[in-house]
Design a binder for this molecule. Structure first.
Ligand SMILES: [Fe+2]
Length: 298
């Protein structure tokens, strides 16, 4: 069976068919998935229930798996897996767990995973174990489109700028502070990191907004007011790319697997709009990594 790539028709997203995710992929199949990943930034594999081990093994074919800083949600046997689950061990609603992967405020929820790391992960993979009867979708916004929507003058103003990135310190989205609620102390007190505001995708070489409203706290080397002005303009552009034309929203089904890009090109934000007495449980890996490259106009 050959790999079939079915584009979503949106700025981002393609469904991949023709693979059995429970078994090791052939080298040519991995290469086909990697090509589709660069082209579409978000890949969806449907209707393939995976054991936790199968999910980790599948993810690990695209790069070394990372171990997440959020130990409270770590898988008991496979440290490379973390849970995004909205219930605790007693089955009660867990606000911190529920806030991993979804937000009540979509506009200030857009992000690339692990941008608060010195070397962010290249990609994230998620496999759905239990989903609510409605809502809880994950939304995707093209970082390329968001950058292209900026005025030429504004793009010039952004050249060479870097920003500060941190986990759970967003002043505008109080829910981000919830995310640090169960972090170990060393993770809570970790240093902030610095990345470009506008990145160049390492493969496509295309410019994209990298600053994100969930994890970017300020622009370096400018005054507070200018930092605020720049970030608000960028966040508005991301939100427009994620809500008007070209955007894509995934309605999860049990046994869906998604891989999304973290090196620029796409942002994601989940909706906490589902019945909170219903279970939403996903397992997640983060894959590979590399420094975020600064985009410089020729
Ligand atoms: Fe995320």
């Amino acid at each position: 069976m050959s790999v079939e790539v079915i584009p979503s028709g949106c700025d981002v997203g393609a469904e991949i068919k023709g693979l059995d995710l429970t078994k090791p992929l052939l080298g040519e199949e991995v290469a086909a998935v990697e090509r589709a990943f660069v082209d579409h930034t978000v890949l969806i594999f449907r209707e393939q229930p995976l054991t936790d081990r199968q999910f980790a093994d599948f993810s690990g074919q695209f790069g070394p798996l990372r171990v997440h800083i959020q130990k409270a949600f770590q898988h008991p046997e496979i440290p490379e897996i973390v849970y995004n689950r909205n219930v605790d061990a007693d089955g009660k609603f867990d606000e911190v767990g529920a806030s991993r992967g979804v937000t009540r405020d979509l506009k200030y929820g857009w992000h690339s995973d692990t941008s608060y790391e010195e070397v962010p992960s290249m990609a994230t993979s998620v496999h759905a174990l239990e989903v609510p009867s409605s809502g809880g979708n994950t939304c995707f916004a093209s970082g390329y489109r968001a950058y292209e929507s900026l005025s030429d003058d504004f793009k010039v103003r952004l050249e060479g700028l870097r920003g500060e990135y941190a986990l759970g310190k967003n002043r505008k989205n109080a829910q981000t502070q919830t995310l640090t609620g169960k972090l170990p102390d060393e993770a809570k007190n970790r240093d902030t990191v610095f990345h470009p505001i506008i990145c160049r995708h390492p493969v496509t070489q295309r410019p994209a907004i990298y600053a994100n409203p969930l994890q970017t706290t300020r622009v370096l080397d400018v005054g507070d007011a200018e930092s605020e002005d720049i970030l608000e303009t960028l966040f508005e552009a991301i939100h427009l790319a994620g809500t008007t034309g070209g955007h894509w929203e995934h309605e999860w089904q049990v046994a869906d697997t998604i891989i999304w890009e973290n090196r620029g090109g796409v942002f994601h934000s989940g909706r906490m709009d589902y019945p909170l007495d219903e279970r939403r449980i996903m397992i997640r890996c983060t894959i590979g990594g590399g420094p975020i490259e600064m985009y410089a106009a020729a």
